[in-house]
Design a protein around this ligand. Structure first.
Ligand SMILES: Cc1cc2nc3c(=O)[nH]c(=O)nc-3n(C[C@H](O)[C@H](O)[C@H](O)COP(=O)(O)OP(=O)(O)OC[C@H]3O[C@@H](n4cnc5c(N)ncnc54)[C@H](O)[C@@H]3O)c2cc1C
Length: 376
């Protein structure tokens, strides 16, 4: 089967590109391996830039039940400090967000193939991109967008994660007192082997998403129950939050090998890489979704302007590099034992610093292409 544009992966970035191009009259096929959206490991924080882009795509997050997030709180050991966020933010489960994005893509006229995994993506002798699916069928197009998120396709892999991060997500129903106390805050908790974020999402529940080094997990016997106990021991503030909480999933969902700090250097003709396939920012910034939307918007604009994919990818890298490095530096700081040791004393000055960090790590601020590029 042949189309004008082929998009591999129907998460945030893939859906956003497909909507932008279908609205400009392009014939687009999007291939997504999951039959229906499901839980993904994600803190589910939507930054101000993400909200703007989602609005331009026609996604009304408030109507989907998104919870406004007005504060960010940092907790290390027994101390916590909070600062108002310098932008509007919200939180929404990925299941709800991905469902809305796929529906919007279909409404825009994208031909969506769900429940169909792509095994390989390669160039034909006639210069088309050919996606070969699990069932052996294939789709071809002169242009393809790679949007498989954390999953690498053979031949298009990213370097291995040297720090061996492991990430987990669990939903909890917090006790009424803790629900009221957490309220409209996104709370970052620090441990000796990583960090975690807890925040309310729709339906009165809380998302707890954590990222730890493999050796920290190993010290907990590679068991979730021991790991969550260890994190609470490291950070009594988390223990307080989870006191009396009811876990809502049988077990947490987990992923490994997250190449934080990765930015794709280049690509091949006709293949635009977006979302986590373009860049992976440390999770604590809560900016991955915003980057997925931003890279999608820029890639769609580049394609429509006939900018070759390798030129687009190189320009994107240069634009994102300084802020990505800053975010990485900040993440390393949080995971540095000396920094953590003095952090409780820094908490009094932390709110101001956090506001600055939040502003500086906005990789999407100097938008070369405005959110209107998604609009009809
Ligand atoms: C621990 C953690 C916490 C995070 N917290 C936040 C946060 O709070 N806020 C935030 O903004 N960002 C956060 N992020 C980052 C954010 O989740 C990602 O950056 C974002 O989802 C990237 O979007 P994407 O479209 O590239 O990938 P995804 O949204 O993951 O979509 C990729 C899609 O491709 C599909 N796919 C994969 N392989 C194939 C294949 N072979 N064939 C067909 N389809 C395929 C998948 O099923 C998936 O639907 C977090 C990340 C982690 C690891």
């Amino acid at each position: 089967m042949q189309d004008e544009v082929l998009i591999v992966g129907g998460g945030v970035a893939g859906c956003a590109v497909s909507i932008a191009l279908a609205r400009k009259g392009r014939r687009v096929t999007l291939i997504e391996r999951e039959p229906t959206p499901r839980h993904k490991v994600c803190g589910e924080f939507l930054s101000g830039e993400a909200l703007e882009d989602l609005h331009a795509l026609g996604i009304d997050v408030a109507a989907l039940g998104a919870v406004p997030i007005d504060y960010v709180r940092l907790a290390a050991a027994r101390r916590a400090a909070e600062a108002p966020l310098p932008f509007h933010a919200a939180s929404l489960t990925r299941k709800a967000l991905d469902t809305a994005l796929i529906a919007e893509a279909i409404a825009a006229g994208v031909s969506v193939e769900r429940g169909r995994g792509v095994q390989s993506l390669s160039r034909t002798t006639t210069n088309l991109w050919q996606a070969t699916l699990d069932d052996g069928t294939s789709y071809e197009a002169p242009t393809a967008f790679l949007a498989t998120g954390k999953h690498d396709l053979r031949g298009h892999g990213r370097p291995k994660d040297p720090h061996q991060w492991v990430a987990f997500k669990m939903y909890y129903r917090l006790s009424p007192a803790q629900t009221a106390d957490l309220k409209d805050a996104s709370e970052l908790t620090l441990y000796s082997g990583g960090y975690g974020g807890i925040q309310p999402v729709e339906d009165g529940i809380a998302n707890f998403c954590s990222v730890v080094k493999q050796r920290y997990f190993a010290r907990a016997g590679l068991r979730w129950e021991s790991l969550i106990a260890k994190m609470q021991q490291d950070c009594p503030h988390l223990a307080m939050r989870l006191d009396g909480a009811e876990p809502l999933l049988d077990k947490p969902i987990a992923i490994t090998h997250i190449p934080y700090g990765y930015i794709r250097r280049t690509t091949e003709d006709g293949l635009y890489c977006v979302g986590d396939q373009a860049a992976v920012i440390p999770s604590f910034t809560g900016d991955g979704i915003s980057i997925a939307l931003h890279t999608a918007r820029r890639a769609a604009a580049a394609y429509l302007a006939a900018e070759p994919a390798p030129v687009f990818q190189t320009k994107l890298r240069s634009a994102m590099l300084p802020q990505m490095r800053l975010a990485e530096f900040a993440a390393n700081g949080l995971n540095n034992s000396l920094a953590r040791a003095v952090l409780p004393f820094c908490l009094r000055v932390w709110p101001g610093a956090m506001r600055v960090t939040a502003r500086l790590t906005r990789v999407t601020q100097p938008a070369a292409v405005a959110p209107q590029a998604f609009a009809n």
